[in-house]
Design a protein around this ligand. Structure first.
Ligand code: UTP
Ligand code: MG
Length: 584
């Protein structure tokens, strides 16, 4: 079965009761629509007959009253089916909601390579525009398909009634149908490619916007506003062109359809009129055919639209599935051995390269870390310090070698349980929209007020928070634009501490704490969070005072571990590296 159809069926299954109500509603609404002209035909024929053969109708008012009752019943039914479009819109929303949750959930479990490939703006477009805008997925699944089903059932009901009244006239009236199919076949392919191109252009623009605003400081500091404006102009220009071609094609399509409609009506008037004059059909039948046909034309033209909007929706489905199916290291973070305690860590002959850049960063790394040990990673810029941390967190995978955490192979560990006992302060801290307190509590929503105060105290934030306009209820913008880099990082340190981690990883805190505050941080950690293991990356040599051991990564990607004194004595490169650093 076609994969899109399969996809749709799975979605429908998840909402089967709503779908069932929709089917019933749709059939009822078509039946009501069909019944109205039919009651009218009965009325016309009756009045005609009463006028022509009065002797057959001794009590004509009884017959008339019966038809009036029929009209009243149709009116009542029409009132009920009036809620149908409203219900349909509601079903659209349900689909939109459940799909967005489904794909969002998948995306949050992706690793860094996913986010290298898909820019934020692109992901946002796929989760919003692709899902909810007019001819897109959720509209298609509810309104699109059921409007088509509505059209289809309306046509079928009309045809049944028409055939049962006069087969010859019916056949003559539906002749334009094959013509429309041919027209559709030739235009749809073109519309499909244009639509896809248009969608790409929209994503592109959102990316540009996202990039320019999130990096607005960089843009400004490099005085490159003009360059960005030009980029943006170009992107807008592309979108304008693709959008115009979709509009043009749509205009041509609707013009063609209009003419088909026109010819079909003329046909009925000609053939039907002729047959009515010859007495082959009644005036009521002529009226019925004319009304049914004008009622049918629009749905008939609308049906191919289903294929068009279907194709559009299928592009969107593919775009969502492309994200969902993008391979990731830890697609299932919930499986594997759970770790409760941090009982040390070891690297055995670990190699890591980044194939995208064709560089081999870490070579045959070997080291052990004891549970309560504090280790400093030193090495020149770009030597792979952050990469070591990412390996431990399971964010990247080694090419070869073995990493064990608490004695368990990292490959077999439940990564989520590992991340529960490890806290990580990244090199580039990021905050979420919300207050400072919310940002810190994020890591441990059950933390008591006391725990919270302790975390901000140890992160050396207490004095600073006092200076903010609303203290810790101060909102930080998207990405915390209103805070300094150092403030942001100290907030993420507090966020790490509030977890009461067994292993704390600090990636380059040099920028956020001066030497004096760093000393306070370490003394406070020792006091308030005793027996916490730590891995620290720092460019400040004074950090050496607070750690037990050093992992030095040289410029060839080899790692050397020992106490500072041991390394100075035995490792020439380390000695030189420190010497260089002291000069700076
Ligand atoms: P790291 O990010 O591990 O280096 O990247 P580092 O030691 O922490 O550097 P600083 O001190 O914070 O600046 C190591 C190498 O791997 C590349 C980087 O470009 C760098 O050369 N790399 C890193 C990638 O190619 N892809 C990545 O996703 C990350
Ligand atoms: Mg780094």
């Amino acid at each position: 079965m076609n994969k899109h159809i399969k996809w749709l069926l799975t979605q429908y299954k998840s909402q089967k009761y709503f779908v069932l109500i929709m089917v019933i509603f749709t059939l009822a609404s078509s039946a009501v629509q069909i019944a109205y002209p039919y009651a009218f035909k009965r009325m016309i024929d009756l009045l005609n007959d009463v006028w022509a053969n009065p002797e057959l109708y001794p009590t004509p008012m009884v017959e008339v009253n019966r038809i009036i009752m029929l009209f009243l019943a149709i009116g009542a039914a029409q009132f009920l089916t009036g809620f149908y479009p409203c219900f349909r819109a509601w079903v659209n929303l349900r689909f939109e909601h459940s799909l967005r949750i489904f794909y969002f959930d998948h995306i949050t479990r992706k690793d860094y390579r996913f986010f290298q490939k898909f820019r934020t703006g692109d992901i946002v477009t796929r989760l919003t525009d692709d899902l909810s805008e007019f001819p897109k997925i959720s509209w298609f699944m509810g309104s699109g398909i059921f409007r088509a089903f509505n059209s289809f059932s309306l046509i079928m009901f009309s045809l049944i009634v028409m055939f049962s009244i006069n087969a010859k006239l019916t056949l003559l009236s539906i002749m334009p149908l094959p013509l429309m199919m041919v027209v559709f076949y030739f235009t749809s392919e073109k519309l499909y490619t244009n639509f896809e191109r248009n969608q790409r252009a929209i994503s592109n623009i959102n990316n540009q916007l996202e990039m320019s605003f999130s990096g607005i400081r960089i843009v400004k500091s490099f005085v490159s506003e003009a360059k960005y404006n030009r980029f943006f102009d170009e992107a807008l220009d592309r979108r304008f062109k693709t959008e115009m071609s979709v509009v043009k094609l749509n205009a041509i399509l609707s013009l063609i359809y209009q003419y088909i409609d026109y010819f079909a009506q003329i046909g009925v008037i000609m053939f039907g009129g002729y047959m009515a004059v010859k007495g082959e059909i009644t005036v009521g039948t002529f009226f019925l055919f004319y009304t049914y046909l004008s009622m049918m034309i629009y749905p008939l033209l609308d049906l191919p639209q289903l294929f068009v909007s279907g194709k559009q929706a299928f592009v969107n489905i593919d775009r969502l599935d492309e994200m969902k199916d993008h391979p990731s290291f830890n697609p299932e973070t919930q499986v594997g051995h759970e770790v409760q305690r941090f009982e040390g860590l070891s690297f055995e002959k670990v190699n890591l390269s980044y194939p995208e850049k064709g560089i081999h960063v870490l070579r045959d790394i070997d080291f052990d870390l004891l549970p309560n040990e504090k280790m400093l990673i030193l090495g020149s810029t770009g030597c792979g310090k952050t990469s070591v941390v990412n390996l431990i967190l399971g964010i990247v995978k080694p090419d070869s070698g073995k990493i064990t955490f608490s004695g368990i192979d990292l490959e077999k560990i439940n990564i989520k349980s590992l991340r529960d006992i490890v806290a990580y302060v990244p090199q580039e801290p990021s905050l979420f929209s919300g207050t400072i307190k919310e940002n810190i509590m994020l890591a441990n929503t059950d933390a008591s007020e006391e725990e919270y105060q302790k975390a901000i105290r140890v992160a050396q934030l207490t004095d600073e928070i006092e200076l903010f306009p609303q203290k810790d209820e101060t909102h930080v913008g998207q990405r915390g634009l209103s805070l300094s880099g150092g403030q942001k990082q100290r907030i993420t340190i507090a966020r790490a501490l509030i977890k009461r981690p067994q292993l704390l990883i600090l990636d380059d805190i040099t920028a956020s704490l001066d030497a004096e505050n760093e000393e306070k941080l370490w003394l406070d950690i020792e006091k308030e969070y005793p027996n916490t293991g730590a891995i620290v990356i720092s460019h400040r040599l004074s950090t050496l005072r607070y750690v037990d051991t050093v992992l030095y990564i040289d410029d060839y990607g080899h790692a050397h571990k020992g106490t500072h004194d041991e390394l100075v004595m035995t490792n020439r490169d380390y000695h030189d590296f420190l010497h260089e650093h002291l000069k700076k």
